[in-house]
Ligand binder design. Structure first.
Ligand SMILES: O=C(O)CCC(=O)C(=O)O
Length: 282
């Protein structure tokens, strides 16, 4: 995957390096936003979060990339891929793709980083890059994402209260210490925040009357295990209809010399009609 780096790419990379995040205004134009909102209207209603981390008043729709062609186009947006090109090794992967819709009454999510499950001592380079796209305006009331600028540079000791168990911080003092550092990301619908997998952040509380619609696509190094198992979540026949870039992001690529091989074949062979895995040929 190679995209043309623009002047904007270097500006965003500089902000990512300094602050741990950057904003892309007008990431979705008005017609794309309308299309995404219509798709959300059709999909929402039965994907309630199951715990404090997912959000008990939050809907999450996983494997968003496979749910409509429009989400595949967004996943391979060149403004995001040019950042991935600069930050990761070739053949980087999509690690998560989900809608996140926070409803009134939702409490703040536990503070966490998105690549904490890679057990590599901090401070360290990010293993993943996250994006959150506002599908409705992010406001002080409706659960705007909150970030701790600069926390992508913190050590493991400084991240001590980080989300680990899937429920909540065990250290109330940690949340207290972060209170004065947190910044809500107030952004109009269509804006995308891009942030390092090492940055502390959380979904905010929704103390308003309306929802906060968003979706998050996340990317990781080609040698790292993705959060979502797209090989099982998306049948090969559906992947075969996707673009070569999306196929590669879903793992249909080789990280040299041979990570990702299918019984010694390139994984794209597995998308060809009638492919029978060698171990099952008679
Ligand atoms: O919805 C948000 O603003 C943040 C969600 C998030 O960080 C997560 O679920 O990992």
């Amino acid at each position: 995957m190679s995209t043309i780096a623009t002047k904007h790419t270097s500006t965003h990379l500089g902000e990512l390096e300094r602050n741990g995040y950057t904003l892309i205004p007008d990431f979705l134009d008005a017609s794309r936003l309308e299309q995404v909102n219509a798709l959300f209207d059709a999909m929402l209603g039965s994907h309630q979060g199951r715990n404090n981390f997912e959000g008990n008043r939050t809907e999450r729709i996983y494997t968003l990339v496979a749910r409509h062609r429009v989400f595949q186009d967004i996943v391979e947006d060149s403004r995001i891929l040019s950042l991935c090109d600069a930050l990761f090794m070739p053949n980087y992967l999509l690690t998560a793709s989900q809608a996140i819709v926070i409803s009134p009454g939702e409490t703040p999510q536990p503070w966490h980083t998105d690549d904490s499950f890679y057990p590599i001592p901090r401070p360290r380079p990010m293993v993943s890059l996250s994006t959150i796209v506002a599908v409705e305006d992010f406001t002080v009331d409706n659960g705007a994402t909150e970030v701790i600028p600069g926390s992508h540079l913190w050590s493991d000791d400084q991240i001590e209260g980080n989300y680990r168990s899937g429920e909540s911080e065990t250290d109330a003092g940690f949340a207290q210490r972060l209170r004065g550092l947190a910044q809500p990301v107030l952004m109009p619908a269509g804006t995308c925040i891009v942030f390092a997998g090492t940055l502390l952040h959380r979904g905010g509380a929704n103390i308003g009357n309306g929802t906060r619609r968003a979706f998050s696509n996340q990317y990781c190094e080609p040698w790292a295990r993705p959060q979502e198992n797209f090989y099982l979540a998306i049948p090969p026949a559906q992947v075969a209809d996707m673009s070569p870039t999306v196929q590669s992001l879903l793992g249909y690529s080789i990280h040299p010399p041979f990570m990702g091989q299918v019984s010694a074949y390139h994984p794209l062979k597995a998308l060809q009609p009638g492919f029978v895995p060698p171990a099952f040929r008679r």
